[in-house]
Design a binder for this molecule. Sequence first.
Ligand code: SF4
Ligand code: SF4
Length: 191
Amino acid sequence: MKTPSHAKKIRDAVLFREIWKAMKVTFKHMFHRPMTFEYPREKRTIPDAHRGALGLLRYDNGQERCVGCDLCEAACPSRCIKVISEQDKAMPLQRYATEFYIDITKCVFCGYCVEACPVNALAMTKVYEYSTADKRTLLFDKARLYDIGDRYIDDARKYLYAHNQEKNDEESRAYRYHFPQPVGNAESSDA
Ligand code: SF4
Ligand code: SF4
């Protein structure tokens, strides 16, 4: 970069050029519409792809979608999901989650758990107002996750659509999360 000559530096100092430059920016912003939102009275429009609170979803008939497969737990980089499942006694081939916990204090809102779920039982919503002084309330259990899913089902559906989870074409599948190939398989495919 070319450095200003000594004469130019003196000329700029005498003419207060830096101050005029700064004043120009100030004056320009005096005629702009303010961008500040007066939260919580005013709220921004949240986009459909927003990664807010996680919720568990049901089918339209009320049945829980989650089959307790643990794939979300395996995909979570923060290890903040815990799923305990058992066989459904009424339908022996089917499993369901008896307990489901997400420690939101550890969650980095990456959305991998949503992408990993084979039945779209998890989704993110536009809910972001759950700050608290009691950290223990941020361990979301199954009841709370289903409550979020039930109350914000429209947001959850829009999230899944925006993230290609509910589309089923080649292009959307390319964006889906893929589990890393197990080391054993990688070795055998190299051989
Ligand atoms: S959003 Fe990411 S960090 Fe949070 S629970 Fe899901 S996988 Fe884990
Ligand atoms: S939320 Fe989805 S990935 Fe996680 S245990 Fe339930 S069915 Fe499996």
